[in-house]
Design a binder for this molecule. Structure first.
Ligand code: MN
Ligand code: MN
Length: 469
């Protein structure tokens, strides 16, 4: 109080009228920081065990079952307090906790995506070139291709044999597993390569994965290295080469999630985009037992390739689920949907002190300033945005402040520089109120991305408050 008396009238007026942004490290109590660090330990475990959309879906379902969630069957009778999940082809999951308010009043929905940029195998991947065995690949999502060379890669995915047998593959994650590798030229011989643009530094058809080099011991046959690899795969999985045709095999960084910095304030990991929002939304709904409005979390696939496909949010699967939910309560699906409020949960770009020029600092998101609320995304003249209404922004603003959530606003870079989108527009097109919220990320879409622990925790708190209103 004594300090305030010394402040000039102008200083006091400024304090009253101006916006005030504070670093989470200066606002959070010691207990909150400890809770935040604890939460992030579980988040790192989730990241290490869920590097693909299939693994993230399976992890989410396993965690949900532990909390008493039951698989939803169309037409099942539902009452307040029931916890259900819907599994869409093993690649997307919807979870719901039924609320006590009537269903026609809508639900509280959070939607995040569980696919991340990666390198997929082509359908016919295995070949031998000069006695090295390699896989041909086709990258998935927006990547800077050169970043994916000369790092340890793990292989994850499934092979479905002609008879429908499913073989699950995961090599490169255990301490003694082998890993896989995309090579790059030594600088001594890269005089021509270094003249390429950064985006062509490594070209798409140069993202070939080295998978072996030892020949099958035989003097007669050709392609002995490839034969040796096929023979090892046949021994381990019982597959033949044509089984690759019906496989989904994904190369992802073999790195584990780790704390970053002397102060351990940050987390480095593959796939924060968007498992950081998926995990925080998931934990928020798993922690809910009684809710007024039905809480729904949708963990979707295919965001990184534009949300098309039957596991992406351009498909009808979420709408169908919500309509079925409405049916269970004898109300119209369209009433439930149009009264729904949605937090579209996805990451945003964090201000990077090494590359300050791409953002406009007054409107950029910063590490450690909390959950980012983004009114609009899009490119150029907001192309592709759903642009949340001022009314809905005010509503979310009040929610954050009432629950003491540290939050900030954000945008995806300078107006003319680039831009991007999320699933927000597809949800808004269903006729619900939608706004983007999420965690600021450094080096988004790189094999190793960085987030701040405080922002992860505040994002979790935001979802939790939203559901528990
Ligand atoms: Mn994303
Ligand atoms: Mn992304």
């Amino acid at each position: 109080m004594s300090n305030e008396k010394e402040k000039s009238p102008a200083a006091l007026l400024k304090e009253r009228l101006f916006m005030d942004k504070k670093h989470a490290g200066l606002v959070m109590t010691e207990e909150q920081t400890a809770e935040c660090d604890d939460f992030c330990e579980s988040y790192k475990d989730f990241l290490n065990g869920a590097k693909t959309e299939r693994e993230a879906a399976a992890s989410a379902i396993a965690l949900a079952k532990e909390e008493g969630f039951k698989e939803y069957v169309k037409g099942m009778s539902l009452k307040a307090g029931d916890k259900i999940y819907f599994n869409n082809r093993g690649k997307a999951v919807i979870l719901a906790v039924i609320g006590s308010e009537p269903a026609e009043k809508g639900v509280h929905l959070a939607a995040a995506h569980i696919d991340s940029p990666r390198i997929d195998l082509k359908q016919n991947p295995l070949y031998e070139d000069n006695e090295v065995a390699l896989f041909k690949t086709h990258y998935y999502g927006g990547i800077k291709k050169y970043q994916w060379a000369t790092i340890p890669l793990a292989i994850h995915g499934v092979i479905i044999k002609k008879d429908g047998t499913k073989i699950t593959v995961c090599i490169g994650e255990e301490e003694n597993d082998p890993v896989f590798f995309i090579s790059d030229l030594l600088p001594h011989l890269a005089q021509e390569q270094v003249k390429r643009t950064l985006s062509e530094g490594i070209k798409g058809e140069e993202l070939n994965i080295i998978v072996g080099s030892r020949p099958f011991r035989d003097d007669d046959v050709s392609e002995k290295v490839k034969l040796n690899i096929m023979s090892l795969l046949h021994e381990k999985y019982g597959i033949i080469e044509s089984d690759f045709l019906s496989a989904e095999l994904e190369m992802v960084p073999a790195f584990k999630a780790k704390d970053i910095g002397f102060d351990r304030s940050l987390i480095g990991s593959y796939g924060h985009d968007d498992r950081v929002c998926a995990y925080t939304a998931l934990e928020a709904i798993l922690g809910c037992s009684k809710v007024n409005k039905t809480a729904v979390v949708c963990l979707t696939d295919k965001e990184e390739t534009g949300s098309d496909g039957n596991t992406g949010l351009c498909s009808a699967y979420l709408k169908n689920f919500l309509y079925d939910l409405a049916d269970s309560f004898g109300v119209k699906g369209r009433d439930l949907v149009s009264n729904t409020e949605c937090l579209s949960a996805d990451v945003n770009a964090a201000f990077d002190p090494t590359f300050p020029d791409v953002v406009e600092k007054k409107n950029a998101a910063f590490l450690n300033y909390g959950v980012v609320v983004t009114k609009f995304t899009g490119a150029r003249g907001k192309s592709g945005t759903s642009d949340a209404s001022a009314e809905f922004v005010a509503r979310v603003r009040a929610l954050m402040e009432k629950n003491n959530i540290i939050w900030q606003t954000g945008e995806l870079g300078k107006v003319d520089l680039g831009g991007g989108g999320t699933v927000a527009a597809y949800l808004a097109n269903l006729d619900m109120d939608v706004i983007d919220v999420g965690v600021p990320v450094l080096a988004m879409h790189a094999p190793y991305e960085v987030v701040a622990k405080a922002d992860v925790y505040m994002t979790y708190k935001a979802f939790r408050s939203f559901f528990e209103e």
